[in-house]
Each structure stands twice: as structure tokens, then as C-alpha cells.
Design a protein around this ligand. Structure first.
Ligand code: DAH
Length: 329
């Protein structure tokens, strides 16, 4: 009997309970009604003398307690976790992670990139630090040309021709010099002008520039493309092409839209057929190829679309303002 008791004690101690299944096996092994080791020990008690029965009875009871204790400890460890799992309510909404929102200028910019991507325009970047030739001369704006005054320039060094680009039209020159037509290209980015900050102007703003060169590109293609851009952004609005002047396009036009009755006609962009001289400057044969170009200000568009009055709000980084813009772009 003694041996059996000692052995059982060891077995209880070293029985490894990891799962609820192990726990049940453990219980059955020692306390099972028919074959449980401890149950059988109790049965054997009947066979021994009353005197010894008392002592052994006590020891076997202690074994039983150890088994129960081990079961209790397992429950204590695992039931809390189990409770958590069982009481988990999958219908409670999860904690939402706060994510930032896009800047309104990025929304407009991405929308324009997306629109032109759909009609086969390649999106390219150009440098913000430019030289005089790409920003002015090649675009048919020679040194003494009055058009240079229209765009007050930041020069980077005294007496040098390195400057901060005043418009994205410089990307036309960079791209046309490197590639041969046909091409359809869009470029969006920052431009800089030495202007006093006000509700309508800033020394840095964003432009989108598009150009298309192929055989037999006509003003009709230009009008179609602008029509597509404007109706995609504003819906069906009245559009007006007004004759204008840019050194790098001939003929040139400014485009107005009749957006809402309060504001009447609003000018939104410039465009025109690329001047043959510009094509010559980048070694493209203007007898074979023709093209159109257009340029627009992102801030300006954004003021109209979001009905804002002061351009400075875009650069204040006021989170209360920025938070309001939700977009798929
Ligand atoms: N570069 C002009 C500006 O900054 C905008 C512009 C007008 C671009 C007509 C063009 C264009 O490509 O054809 O004011």
C-alpha cells in the first residue's frame, strides 16, 4: 500500500496539464469512478485492518486533495483568459485608428493627375531650381522681353542665371529636349515668384502643365481636352476661350468658366498651340509636328472648388481646416 501511495503521489506531481483535455484525462486517471487510481485505493481500504485503515485513509484523502488542488490551479490560470474569449462581443465596433487626411491642394493635384492619366498623359517631374534658358529663353522669352516682368523671379546667386522656376512650362522644354514626339505629358509642382503675400498670391504656389505633341494636333484637340478637364472637375459649366497672349503659344487663349451666378465668369487657366519657335528650340520639326499646351494654378482651382477666399489658409497648417478634407485621391 505504501508503495502505491508514494507512486501515486509522484504521478500526480509530474502529470503535465496543458489543455482542458489534459485536465479531464488527469481527473479520470486519479478520480475516475471505475478505474481511477485514488478511487481504487479507497476500495482497497476495505481489505485492511481497521487500525491501519484510519492512517491510510487519511493519506489517500490527502492525495485526493492534491489532485483537486492541481485542478483548481489550472482553472484559476486559464479560466480568466477563457472568460475573455467567451465574453468577447464581436458586434462591438473596433477602436478606429485615426489617420491623417490629404491636404486640399494634394487632392486637386492627384485628381488632375488621375484625370490626365486616363487619357494617356504621362506624369513627369521637373526640377524646381532651373536655369534661365529652360525657364525663359527656350520658351520664347528672350532677356529683354517684357513677359519676364510678369513673373518676378527669385535668382539663387547674384549675376547667375540659376533661379527658382516661375512656372512649370520649363518642364515642356526639359521633356521635349530628351524625347521625340509623339507625347502627351502632364507635370504638377511648385513654382516661385517674388510676390507680396496676400489673400490672392503667395511667393510659392502650385501649377499643372500639360502638353501634347503629335502630327496634326489642332486647336480642336486642345478644346476637347480642356472641356474634359473642366467638366470632370466642375460638372457641366459654360466654358469660354478668350484670346490672350503667351510667348510660348500661338494662338493663345485664357479659359473662363461660368461656375455660379454670383461670381460670373472666372478665369481658370491659360493655353494655346505651342509656338513653332519653341519646337525649333528643342529640335522638333515644326513642319511635321504641332502641339498644344496649357497651364493652371492649383491654388486658384482649389479656391473655386472649395469656395475659399484666402489662399494663405492652405499654408497655415491649421489642423482644424485640414481635417475637413476627405478624398479618394
Ligand atoms: N506658364 C504660364 C504662367 O505661369 C501658364 C501657361 C499659359 C502655361 C499658357 C501654358 C500655356 O502651357 O500654354 O502663367
Amino acid at each position: 500500500m505504501n508503495n502505491k501511495i508514494d507512486q501515486t503521489k509522484e504521478e500526480i506531481k509530474y502529470f503535465h496539464i496543458k489543455t482542458y483535455n489534459d485536465l479531464e484525462l488527469f481527473r479520470i486517471k486519479f478520480l475516475g469512478k471505475k478505474k481511477g487510481i485514488i478511487t481504487n485505493l479507497f476500495k482497497e481500504l476495505k481489505k485492511i485492518s481497521i487500525y491501519k485503515r484510519k492512517i491510510y485513509g487519511k493519506t489517500i484523502n490527502e492525495l485526493k486533495k492534491e489532485v483537486k488542488n492541481k485542478i483548481k490551479i489550472f482553472h484559476e490560470k486559464n479560466d480568466i483568459q477563457n472568460d475573455k474569449i467567451l465574453n468577447f462581443d464581436p458586434t462591438i465596433p473596433g477602436k478606429s485608428i485615426e489617420i491623417g487626411s490629404r491636404h486640399p491642394l494634394s487632392i486637386i493635384k492627384n485628381k488632375i493627375i488621375d484625370l490626365f492619366g486616363k487619357i494617356g498623359f504621362l506624369h513627369v517631374d521637373g526640377p524646381e531650381i532651373e536655369d534661365d534658358w529652360h525657364n525663359f529663353t527656350a520658351l520664347n522669352i528672350p532677356i529683354s522681353h517684357p513677359a519676364r516682368d510678369m513673373q518676378d523671379t527669385f535668382f539663387l546667386c547674384k549675376n547667375s542665371d540659376i533661379l527658382l522656376r516661375t512656372h512649370t512650362s520649363s518642364v515642356q522644354i526639359r521633356y521635349m529636349k530628351k524625347h521625340s514626339p509623339p507625347f502627351r505629358v502632364l507635370s504638377v509642382g511648385k513654382v516661385y515668384r517674388n510676390e507680396t503675400i496676400s489673400s490672392r498670391s503667395n511667393f510659392m504656389f502650385h501649377q499643372a502643365e500639360g502638353f501634347y505633341i503629335d502630327k496634326k494636333v489642332s486647336f480642336y484637340d486642345l478644346k476637347q481636352t480642356i472641356h474634359y478637364l473642366i467638366t470632370s472637375l466642375f460638372g457641366e459649366v459654360k466654358i469660354r476661350f478668350r484670346p490672350s497672349y503667351f510667348p510660348f503659344t500661338e494662338p493663345s487663349a485664357e479659359v473662363d468658366i461660368y461656375y455660379n451666378n454670383n461670381s460670373g465668369w472666372i478665369e481658370i487657366m491659360g493655353c494655346g498651340m505651342i509656338d513653332p519657335q519653341v519646337l525649333k528650340n528643342v529640335n522638333i520639326d515644326s513642319e511635321i509636328y504641332s502641339g498644344f499646351a496649357f497651364g493652371l494654378g492649383i491654388e486658384r482651382l482649389s479656391l473655386i472648388i472649395y469656395q475659399m477666399k484666402d489662399i494663405r489658409i492652405y499654408f497655415d497648417n491649421d489642423i482644424r481646416f485640414l481635417k475637413q478634407f476627405k478624398s479618394e485621391f
